[in-house]
Design a protein around this ligand. Structure first.
Ligand code: PRT
Ligand code: ZN
Length: 285
């Protein structure tokens, strides 16, 4: 039986989370990332550990069938692969930044300026789309020091918290691209490999959904049940169980992590008490 070959980053920001996503999907890779390849015992998959820069090419050439890496890297490399799923981790953005003392009046600031970046393809496309003529200085790393050493007027680099820019006396002025880890695939997988991928995707989606949602349990006065159901739709509708205490019920449902605090405020206004919020292990629809 054939195996699906997945390429993940050998060592870097994505390695642990990529392995963890596989693990949460019930795929156990026992020997960590110390070797170049590993097989799962309980799923027809083989893992290749590579530099993230090489993954798009390997997936295009079918050395690997699928891979996990940053969307920024996929778009920069421009290989003929398909992005099949956003994985919800390693969120970051590719941004333009300039020395903090400079005044910024909009994108035309960059006309006739030089910009240091490790993302020349994405950036030249972005400038072309916006009719900006700038000079690009392609460098492999430590992009943020370029203005202070006189290599370029500005930088275009990956930002997550923004503290690297601040430490280097720069300010972020434009977002060129929003990125996160994505799953990419070769465009011509065999039927057999496509089937394994569908199985894997089904699991991955359940894992992602579970991390984006919380299970919520609360006590509510019976007269508030309808209103609370309206803000807690749950998967179908909330489960409502009568409490021993007359006139009260326990309600169970699911809330989205990013709506969580708003929902809690509304629930309290409606008279909900004893609110418990519980992580979800897996969520299959
Ligand atoms: O060795 P290999 O080539 O495999 O790894 P790499 O060094 O090329 O990549 P790595 O491990 O640094 O990053 C892998 C991916 O993580 C990137 O392609 C992004 O998709 C994603 N990611 C998420 C980040 C960041 N957050 C991030 N903060 N990649 C890099 N950074 C760097 C950034 O370059 C800058 O130097 O962190 C600094 C900025 O961070 P803040 O928090 O100070 O803003
Ligand atoms: Zn890399």
């Amino acid at each position: 039986m054939s195996k699906l070959k997945i390429a993940i980053q050998k060592s870097g920001r994505l390695s642990e989370k990529s392995l963890n996503l596989l693990k949460e999907s019930g795929i156990n890779i026992s020997n960590g990332t110390s070797k170049l390849r590993a097989e799962a015992k309980n799923f027809p998959i083989e893992v290749l550990f590579l530099r993230d820069d090489d993954i798009p090419q390997y997936v295009e050439q079918q050395v690997a069938d699928i891979g996990i890496l940053g969307k920024n890297e996929v778009l920069e490399k421009g290989k003929n692969v398909t992005i099949i799923e956003e994985l919800g981790f390693a969120a970051c953005r590719l941004s333009l930044a300039i020395p903090k003392g400079e005044s910024y009046s909009g994108l035309k600031y960059f006309n006739n300026k030089s910009v240091a970046t490790s993302y020349p393809n994405i950036l030249s496309q972005f400038f072309a789309n916006n009719n900006i003529t700038a000079e690009l200085e392609e460098i492999g790393g430590s992009v943020e020091i370029a203005p202070s050493i006189g290599l370029a007027n500005a930088v275009c680099d990956i930002v997550s918290t923004g503290s690297t820019l601040i430490t280097n006396g720069l300010k972020e002025v434009e977002t060129v691209l929003k990125s996160q880890a994505v799953l990419i695939a070769n465009k011509e997988l065999s039927k057999e490999k496509r089937d394994i991928l569908d199985k894997l995707l089904f699991r991955i989606k359940a894992v992602i959904r579970s991390s984006e949602n919380k299970y919520i349990v609360l006590n509510a006065p019976n007269e508030a049940i309808d209103k609370i159901s309206g803000i807690l739709p749950g998967m179908k509708s909330p489960t409502v169980v009568p409490l021993a205490k007359q006139g009260w019920s326990s309600m169970h449902s699911v809330v989205k992590e990013d709506e969580f605090w708003d929902v809690i405020d509304q629930l309290r206004t409606l008279g909900a008490e004893g609110i418990l919020v519980i992580p979800i292990e897996k969520m299959v629809l």
